[in-house]
Design a protein around this ligand. Sequence first.
Ligand code: ZN
Length: 179
Amino acid sequence: MGPKTAQRLALHILKRPESEVEDLAQALIEAKKQIGLCSVCFHLSSEPVCEICRNPNRDNSTICVVADSRDLIALEKTREYKGKYHVLGGVISPIDGIGPEQLTLQALVRRVSKDKPKEVILAISQSIEGETTTLYIGQLIKPFTKVTRIAFGLPVGGDLEYADEVTLARALEGRRELD
Ligand code: ZN
């Protein structure tokens, strides 16, 4: 939530009766308690293992790696992708103090070496940090499986989240092997 949204929310809350505000606060506390991360893919989930990981119709032979859950949701909207995901929890960014150890990379390597997927698709935005992260993960998991990256019809630094569904579906379809 940005400062503008927070301010609007605060102004809205000030105008509401106290009982209603208490209900809202309670609902927020409940949501915070219930939402955790999937123990397999680290997507937001109210269950220990998320719906996508539990779905027997999803293809186990492909894992698509994204920076965060918003990107996963954007890819799901295309309805093109039928495999599994892995959510990194960010991208490598030394300036922000985020190194590989702050991301879910160890879990990814464990998963890839154990489940032996046929392909790992890297769907990380093309910012400098995103590029660094893509290359880093490529090095890590190439010994285990084929690694591809999605093709971008997006401007450099374009966030996956803001791409429209058609562009995203095309980027996924046009993926190529990481060299
Ligand atoms: Zn999951």
